[in-house]
Design a protein around this ligand. Structure first.
Ligand SMILES: [Zn+2]
Length: 456
């Protein structure tokens, strides 16, 4: 089996196709030219110069959208256990992030992107960190994933190491410079969003500037919001309103905004979401592990808001698997609202079509349709636990959480074949990440409950 040559046209035949548009899966063929899906259907007319790849017993789906990750935390798995959010951040994650340099960031990003591809995520949205984000962009470009990147903006905050806190003007200038260097790079696979971390780590003055810059440059704003009651209480004490209330006051909320978590919302907050038509990212695994709560995804969906699913960072999940998130999302909504309120087909769409809509990429990705980018993933039918008399999305959501794709394509180029990364050695990536993790730990003062980076 050889890697797809970039521009040479090819076809996948004898494969079952789940387009993600709502139509049932069917047996057929799919053609790719110049990285784009150019034909698909039960049968395609003969095309003698097109390479044919027979894939009997396989299902092809649109690649998953991983709506929220922290690539810089891929080397922090298991290092911040058994803490609620505010202690998780202050005692472990912020000191660890402060200890990163470009080499450790690169190793962490390589591990995170490798795991994303091996689990079928062809697009990811990353929050970035405060320094060294070019390293993340270089790795994303080189490994061929589609990504929305950003520089985490932090100019205030209790318990934030000085190394992660920058004057507002410096942070915003660096974020816009990152945008100028990388937005549209890697043949259009990379985009750059503004990534203010949350209301407690960004001053009102900087939020206003972020909103202005986003409108001027048509940028996505990617931020965490109302993840815990602690965050809401601290925001009310500091700014006199809930996180969504103050973000609306500062001009941040609109369709360019991607809000992550949104677990603790009152009726006024829910009205703000409806009014502003924002995009949302649900992170069920992270919210469960940190004990944050169960977001009301059923209401967002009923309101017609675009919703993506995210794993969040490896330090609060700890898997980076879209199929693990779809199963948990379905189960938690059944626990909160009763079974069937959010059907399996709706949950499957959050990882594909609706996820693409939430991040503003629905014209390019999220379904298998003529004219869309050829971001494709293939599973063995047997691995999905699927029976022919069931809708495929039922198997995807409830039975397939242990499955991994056997092939993954981004822009029609193979990034995973036979379940292994193409052109990358996963064992070497893991060894490099383990060494980076040891270097990070070696830089920290770990004598107390709260780890410290020496400049803190
Ligand atoms: Zn996050």
């Amino acid at each position: 089996m050889k890697e797809a040559a970039g521009a040479a046209p090819w076809r996948m035949e004898g494969v079952r196709i789940w387009t993600g548009t709502g139509e049932p899966a069917y047996q057929g063929a799919l053609e790719v030219r110049d990285g784009v899906v150019t034909a698909l259907g039960p049968t395609l007319p003969p095309a003698p110069k097109v390479e044919v790849r027979e894939r009997p017993g396989a299902v092809v789906l649109p690649g998953f959208v991983q709506g929220h990750v922290h690539l810089c935390q891929s080397v922090m798995r298991g290092l911040a256990e058994d803490r609620p959010l505010h202690r998780w951040l202050r005692e472990r994650i912020w000191p660890l992030e402060a200890a990163h340099d470009e080499a450790t960031l690169r190793a962490s990003a390589r591990l995170g992107i490798a795991e994303a591809l091996l689990h079928g995520a062809t697009t990811l949205v990353d929050m970035g960190t405060v320094h060294g984000n070019d390293a993340l962009a270089e790795v994303a470009a080189q490994m061929g994933i589609r990504a929305i990147l950003g520089k985490a903006l932090m100019d205030v905050g209790d318990g934030v190491p000085p190394a992660l806190c920058q004057p507002a003007a410096v942070g915003l200038a660096e974020a816009l410079a990152l945008h100028a260097r990388w937005h549209g790079a890697a043949e259009g696979r990379l985009r750059v969003a503004l990534a203010p971390r949350f209301t407690l780590s960004v001053s009102p003055e900087l939020w206003v500037e972020i909103a202005r810059a986003a409108r001027a440059e048509d940028l996505l704003i990617h931020t965490h919001v109302s993840e815990t009651p602690w965050e809401n209480d601290a925001c009310r004490a500091m700014h006199g309103g809930s996180p969504l209330e103050v973000l609306e006051r500062w001009g941040v909320l609109d369709a360019r905004t991607l809000l992550v978590h949104a677990v603790w919302l009152d009726a006024d907050d829910r009205a703000r979401l409806r009014r502003r038509r924002v995009g949302l990212v649900h992170c069920p695994g992270s919210n469960a592990k940190l004990g944050s709560g169960i977001a009301d995804v059923a209401t967002w969906v009923a309101d017609g808001l675009p919703v993506a699913l995210g794993s969040d960072g490896a330090a609060c999940n700890d898997a980076l698997s879209p199929l693990a998130e779809v199963r948990l999302a379905a189960q938690l909504q059944a626990l909160r609202h009763g079974p069937g309120r959010v059907p399996a087909a709706t949950i499957a769409a959050l990882a594909t079509r609706e996820g693409a809509r939430a991040i503003g990429a629905e014209a390019e990705i999220g379904t298998l349709e003529v004219g869309k980018r050829a971001d494709l993933i293939l599973f063995r039918e047997a691995d999905l636990g699927w029976e022919e008399d069931l809708p495929l999305e039922h198997a995807l959501v409830f039975a397939a959480s242990g499955a991994r794709p056997i092939e993954v394509y981004v822009d029609g180029r193979a990034r995973v074949l036979e379940g292994r990364l193409v052109g990358e050695d996963f064992d070497e990536i893991r060894r490099d990440a383990a060494a980076a993790r040891r270097r990070l730990l070696g830089r920290l003062d770990r004598g107390n409950e709260t780890w410290r980076y020496p400049s803190s």
